[in-house]
Design a protein around this ligand. Sequence first.
Ligand SMILES: *Cc1c(COP(=O)(O)O)cnc(C)c1O
Length: 958
Amino acid sequence: MTQYSAARTTFADRHIGPSPDDQARMLAVLGYSDVEALVGDAVPDAIRTDRPLDLPPALDEAAALRRLRELAGRNQVLTSMIGLGYHGTLTPGVILRNVLENPGWYTAYTPYQPEISQGRLEALLNFQTVVSDLTGLPVSGASMLDEGTAAAEAMALAHRVSRRKDPGAFLIDADVLPQTIEVVRTRAEPLGIEVVVADLAGGLVDGDFFGVLLQYPGAGGVVRDLAPIAGQAHERGAQVVVAADLLALTLLTPPGEFGADVVVGSAQRFGVPYGFGGPHAGYLAVREGIQRQLPGRLVGVSVDADGRPAYRLALQTREQHIRREKATSNICTAQVLLAVMAGMYAVYHGPEGLTEIARRVHAHARALAAGLRDGGVEVVHEHFFDTVLARVPGRAAEVVAAAAERGVNLWLADADHVGISCSETTVPDHLTAVWAAFGITGTDPGRWLTGGGSGSLDGLPADLHRDSPFLTHPVFHEHRSETAMLRYLRRLQDRDIALDRSMIPLGSCTMKLNATTEMEPITWPEFADIHPFAPLDQARGYLELIGELEDWLAEITGYARVSVQPNAGSQGELAGLLAIRGYHVSRGEEHRDVCLIPSSAHGTNAASAVMAGMRVVVVACDEAGNIDVDDLHAKVDKHRDTLSAIMVTYPSTHGVYEETITEVCATVHAAGGQVYVDGANLNALVGLARPGEFGSDVSHLNLHKTFCIPHGGGGPGVGPIGVREHLAPFLPGHPLRAEAGPETGPGPISAAPWGSAGILPIPWAYIAMMGPDGLRQATEGAILAANYVARRLAPHYPILYTGRAGLVAHECIADLRKLTKETGITAEDVAKRLIDYGFHAPTLSFPVAGTLMIEPTESEDLTELDRFCDAMIAIRREIEQVASGEYDRDDNPLKNAPHTADHLLTDDWKHAYGRAEAAYPLPSLREAKYWPPVRRIDQAHGDRNLVCSCPPPESFED
Ligand SMILES: *Cc1c(COP(=O)(O)O)cnc(C)c1O
């Protein structure tokens, strides 16, 4: 009988790439007989837990889906007309299936390697163009985490650009979304910025202000001419920030035309489901002159080695990974996948389609208001776009309850007012139900919905009708049929390398499997179609799922409490540092404001510390890559009285388990400081050690790293924090949902009560299906894979740091610096050459310049690990050919990488090496070859000539 290897029966068997036989082979290469021995040598005893994970036993995939169906069934999907920045939307099926449900899009990484990211960069440029055109401002980024944090970023931006000595306060109109006001307050407090909230309907109030935030249309629906107040604000030297609704801007004069300096908002209603709060793409656009102050990521146009237009991230020197504590913001992971969806929604509908949708929404709101007035209900505002505010003295709660009984959620503004918001999903029956809730019956919506429901704009002030064109670029006109759209999405997808093509060995980013079963539930209507402010009895399944996930994460990390509200690791960092700050303040020690950060830390750490009102003091690392304990003691002594916290990444960003971590924690505690362990590297700890047990007080986790939320091309992410008991009172809360967190905390860190709740089924499913043993095995697998790769590469590239027994943790750093000195070949050349071999590069020059950091994860099987190692080793031989003079130092396959088909097919090939050598350096590439769409991109050119919206098609002609 044929001998097969053991069948893979559990989910963990499928999640973990190498088979038991392959693992044995890998262990043999490392000289170990079993994985426990390897892990025993790699992981310091001081941090090892003696308590196995106390989690429910693993469910198989079918059982996990059944349980998720049960939880989904406990959510109740009503028609939400609540508004407050979240609106019903119809995701075109072609976008739902081919973007949101498509691993070609959702498993991609942030486009730091632009040559293999042209598809998503084009999609993001479309998004930026949509935002820029609709807001009337020239430069938009891609993207912000949500509307609330976008407004907070705008406040910080306005504060930076105000050149006055005493800049004054930040003024917010009372008609701004309530959650936005509170998110801004959370961010303002540690920065010492005073926030003034006032009713600005009658004009600016007295006082000194560096910035003013207005909502357009207002939270209560009103559409007002904001030009006068913008003018008054400018006269006083304040920046004008407008939070605007993109759909309304198809009909209304854009803020850029009445003087806004910054426009922020959400692109949610462009085809992105509610998801009980997110993820959605926030946006931020700025006027000419302050684009270098823009927070977050910005896509721009540059040229490749042939001078052809090519896209890449622009002005990166503003960002946290370069400028650290001087960065424009701490944003790292953003909302790329959702920005892609919103941009594609605009591509599919075009300006005429969006306008038609907006007119229909407005027509329904007008009809709704007419019916209310006709029934004797007072409508507060004469001018509105989609939201009608009804005044029903003393009856508001009763009306809202009556509407819910008819299947419609309304907004209980206060005891006397009800808000009703129309959307793309509103149909005449909804109007009938709303009227009935107000006690108005027998009214036919058809009476007011004439002309197919998209008639006049007479609910909008006549002098605010938009007359400027938008979305004139051909991309917004060429993809109207579903076939055309399908092919456009496919064309862009094919330009990129995502996990569906090959392994993405990015150190610190944990690009592991995002299993299909984990992804399935997120588009079920019971999870996707719940408004973030729907009554909680309609979200019972969500609350149960979130409660279980929080408990499981607490068990995994050893913390007492977890909050899932932060929308990315960076936001978790800020939330965690604010918890530390709140703790010190509660003990009368508000003067503690020094945050120690090792030099090897991720840039977000320093940027977050500054946002939390702390002063950053850098702690040196020694030659082995560990925290220099002498320097730590010196810095602690020096700042003993003002020490607030230390932020350490564990295992370190150098990919080693530092032996001294418990000493580091004890030293800081002894001086009255708190310990923040950056949990981005938790994939090296789960099941083996718990930060909450080995001395840390608070950590963020990146659910988009360790817990399988896909990176989406640069987001979404979720960055929950875990805290020990004494910090629990200082977790984030929410103004509209007391259940989301304590009132004693810093306030909301995200706009939605449970952040990006819509994607929490992914980590839930991962943990449920792996079970306690599977989770530990995944960690062991990650350590095994990293050490296997390190061992295979070590004869060819020096491996920079190792810990005990010469082992690394879950990633390793290949040092190119000596080779660069000898041959001129840089780590970047290797990164680009890997593209010719079909791979995404490892992390380039972080945490050490001139190196490549490789994190294989447990999910890659041995064949793929070897394919990658073979590519790296083959590249090493090419470097040798440069060293020996066989290849020219400047004209060789490394310097010219990546090679496009176009470049290779030229009639006059002038290079000193052959075309086959360029394209097929390994025979296996003839079977499966990725062809990059552009040659190497000139980064500097694009920063000198900043173009951040779609370039005209002619620029692509020869
Ligand atoms: C990814 C990462 C972060 C930032 O997390 P985001 O989710 O991208 O905001 C912080 N620290 C480390 C070590 C990381 O790897």
